[in-house]
Ligand binder design. Structure first.
Ligand SMILES: [Ca+2]
Ligand SMILES: [Ca+2]
Ligand SMILES: [Ca+2]
Length: 260
């Protein structure tokens, strides 16, 4: 009798614990009596399964929504980063452009300063003069750069003139003296007196019949090119020294001459 009572008690306890551990079953337990039958347990299990599915789907939707928010945030941050990079590049380009402009201005100012103050430009050493059959020449050094007017004055102050190149022989000789550089060298040619009417101011004759301008030159670019220089065209492959009309204000090297 005692053994039977103990079994009933254990069974009843198991039923009670079972009902307490299955939260959604309570409703069924109430309708199915104190201890649910096997059919009721299957109903509980099915209900729990549906509940789990529902909960999982809810969590899945929640995760999907959070993922969408994250993707949107990443997209916004990426766009903001790209905008900032472009902004930085734009600022950098502006800075480089400003630096280039400043360097150009400084080079011009340096040329003026050298022409005004450098003692090397005050006089020519005899040892720097070059004798040739067509004349005696002085080719300014790489740091001796000035505008056409100051170069002309410098040559005159040293008893010379800016060079006048009357023959191909003279031209070939001077080019051979430029030492393979691509620097520009002022000559005495100019059309300051009358546009497109070029003459050698050093000897007072027209630039004719020897005409050694580069193809497309003289072009009087910007309506402001009136002085003749030797130059190597930067846009022509295998270009060699030819003449170009240029802005007389540019600070360049120059050639002085005393005609033979
Ligand atoms: Ca000459
Ligand atoms: Ca001109
Ligand atoms: Ca030109």
């Amino acid at each position: 009798m005692l053994h039977l009572s103990k079994s009933v008690f254990i069974f009843a306890l198991a039923c009670v614990l079972s009902v307490r551990s299955w939260e959604p079953r309570r409703q069924v337990a109430k309708t199915g009596g104190f201890c649910p039958s096997a059919v009721s347990f299957r109903a509980y299990a099915k209900q729990d399964l549906e509940y789990c599915y529902e909960k999982l789907n809810f969590q899945k939707e929640l995760v999907q929504e959070q993922a969408a928010v994250c993707e949107q945030t990443i997209g916004n941050l990426t766009q903001a980063f790209t905008d900032q990079v472009q902004n930085c590049r734009s600022l950098l380009d502006d800075a480089i452009e400003s630096e280039t402009l400043l360097t150009s201005q400084l080079t011009k100012e340096l040329g003026k300063c050298i022409s005004a103050n450098n003692p090397e430009l005050v006089s020519i050493k005899k040892s720097d003069l070059i004798e040739y059959s067509t004349g005696t020449y002085y080719i300014s050094k790489s740091f001796e750069r000035t505008n056409w007017y100051m170069a002309n004055l410098f040559c005159k102050n040293n008893g010379m003139e800016l060079a006048s190149v009357e023959t191909k022989e003279e031209s070939d000789f001077l080019i051979s003296m430029f030492g393979g550089s691509t620097d520009k060298f002022w000559l005495s040619g100019t059309d300051l007196g009358y546009e497109n009417y070029f003459y050698w101011i050093g000897v007072g004759i027209l630039i004719d019949p020897f005409w050694y301008f580069e193809v497309g030159q003289p072009d009087n670019a910007n309506n402001n090119e009136n002085c003749v220089q030797y130059f190597v065209h930067p846009d022509i492959s295998d270009a060699t020294y030819k003449w170009n009309d240029a802005n007389c204000e540019e600070a360049e090297r120059f050639v002085c001459e005393v005609e033979s």
